[in-house]
Design a binder for this molecule. Structure first.
Ligand SMILES: Nc1nc2c(ncn2[C@@H]2O[C@H](COP(=O)(O)OP(=O)(O)OP(=O)(O)O)[C@@H](O)[C@H]2O)c(=O)[nH]1
Ligand SMILES: [K+]
Ligand SMILES: [Mg+2]
Length: 439
């Protein structure tokens, strides 16, 4: 795809900075480089040049790189100017560049958009690039880097090829059923393979839970009666005073969240209002929020004050796993010993490492139980579920060849939408490639 306008943007981070990278992409790129730097450098070879203003003055000295299309990020001619990262120098360079006819400021994501439209990346890869830029934990980085490499798109394309092949077989059976050189009863084999594919897509979709944990975090909700030490535990895990702690029951009334990087995994810890019956209006709302949040969590830490008397009924968190924890281990126990899975003291720090290890272990287990390639967006999952819906119909209605062919077409289309390549030409290629139609 050829765009008539060229785009320019600061591609590196916030200014001021040691170095700033300004990128240009589009048909004016060569002219812009020659005019500003005085020469067009060899492709992909860095040259150090004086960058000239319109009146011949100096904007800055910097490195100039030229990536001729199609072997560039966007597929177009691309220039990179590496200059000093001062606000005024960068803005002078941007002013100079956008003053060229046909050159304008890029919109958000426009370089990547051009890369996609020029076939340099598929849609999951562009999404993975966004994830890679936003990655904060090691697990997020690894996940995004794998997808940026195109693993997800390759999987969907392989499924799509199977569907295109299946439909070609069915269509051939419809169109050429009376001819000798079309294999008979291929519909059975096709239907069997579609059954297998349904299983593969289903288990891939299940992996979305793991992808969500990697991207959005493993959520741990702290529950327990008032004064069990919930806020004290949150503060100890966060290593700062995030939550207010007093000896008054009912101190915490709303949800309070901190995020941690536990062994490279993103973990969110939520402090809640203490659960009790006799609560005022505000506290009661807080208790309701605590329960709701706990039902959506990946893990509940149920705290029991070992020095106190209260015990709490864990009912109402659904199927969320619960870790029973005895708190205030530094105090004299009340004698009502319960079998806790862990005991700790927020005051002395005893047991905290064991707790964070246990949380990290559980989070890791959930992430590692999924396959290597996971759907990374709700968009993917929704289209995969549509694909499954059409595939199930294709299998159920295999007696009606034309319905089956239509369901396979719709399923292929949905997979094509995930990667951003919906194309009818390849269907014809398969048909003509498999059978000697022109006899
Ligand atoms: N000795 C000792 N006291 C603790 C420990 N953890 C919490 N406390 C005390 O217990 C009291 C209640 O602590 P909080 O952390 O506010 O308890 P909470 O569960 O958040 O209470 P609510 O928000 O009211 O439900 C405070 O006086 C804390 O100082 C501990 O490990 N050892
Ligand atoms: K309290
Ligand atoms: Mg509290």
């Amino acid at each position: 795809m050829i765009f008539s306008d060229s785009i320019v943007a600061l591609s590196s981070g916030r200014l001021p900075a040691g170095v700033a990278v300004v990128r240009v992409s589009g048909p004016e790129t060569r002219f812009v480089i020659e005019t500003i730097a005085g020469i067009l450098p060899e492709p992909r070879v860095a040259v150090f040049r004086r960058l000239r203003d319109a009146d011949g003055g100096t904007i800055d000295h910097g490195i100039v790189l030229f990536f001729p299309g199609p072997n560039s990020f966007t597929g177009e001619d691309v220039a990179e100017f590496q200059v000093h990262g001062g606000k005024a120098s960068v803005s002078a360079l941007l002013d100079r560049l956008t003053a060229f006819e046909g050159v304008r400021h890029a919109e958000a994501g426009e370089f990547t958009r051009r890369a996609f439209l020029n076939g340099k990346l598929d849609l999951p890869q562009t999404e993975a690039l966004a994830d890679l830029i936003n990655a904060e934990t090691e697990a997020q980085r690894r996940f995004a880097a794998g997808n940026a490499d195109g693993a997800q798109g390759r999987l969907y394309q392989s499924w799509r090829k199977r569907l295109i092949h299946a439909r070609a077989m069915i269509e051939a059976e419809i169109d050429f059923a009376d001819e000798d050189d079309v294999p008979g009863s291929v519909a059975d084999a096709v239907t069997a393979d579609m059954g297998i594919l349904i299983g593969e897509i289903e288990s891939h979709v299940e992996g979305f839970r793991a992808a969500e944990i990697i991207r959005d975090g493993f959520e741990v909700v702290i529950l327990g009666p008032p004064n069990a030490g919930k806020s004290s535990l949150l503060n100890a895990l966060a290593r700062r005073d995030v939550a207010i702690v007093t000896d008054e029951p009912g101190t915490t009334r709303d949800l309070l969240e901190v995020s941690l990087d536990l062994n490279g995994l993103y973990v969110r810890i939520v402090d809640t209002a203490g659960l009790r019956e006799a609560a005022g209006a505000v506290e009661a709302i807080g208790i309701e929020r605590a329960k709701t949040r706990a039902r959506d969590a990946h893990l509940v830490l149920l705290l029991h004050d070992m020095a106190g008397a209260d015990q709490i009924d864990p009912a109402g968190v659904g199927s969320v796993p619960i870790l029973h924890i005895g708190t205030k281990a530094d105090l004299e126990p009340s004698g009502r010993d319960k079998p806790y899975e862990l005991v700790l003291s927020a005051r002395t720090g005893a047991g905290l490492t064991e707790l964070t290890d246990e949380i990290a272990r559980r989070a890791k287990a959930q992430v590692e139980s999924a396959g290597d390639i996971l759907p990374s967006r709700l968009r993917h999952v929704e289209l995969l579920r549509d694909t499954l819906g059409f595939l199930r119909q294709a299998v159920e209605r295999y007696e009606e060849r034309d319905v089956q062919a239509e369901m396979l077409r719709l399923a292929t289309d949905r997979l094509g939408r995930i990667v951003g390549a919906v194309d009818v030409e390849d269907l014809l290629d398969v048909i003509f490639g498999q059978f000697c139609i022109g006899k």
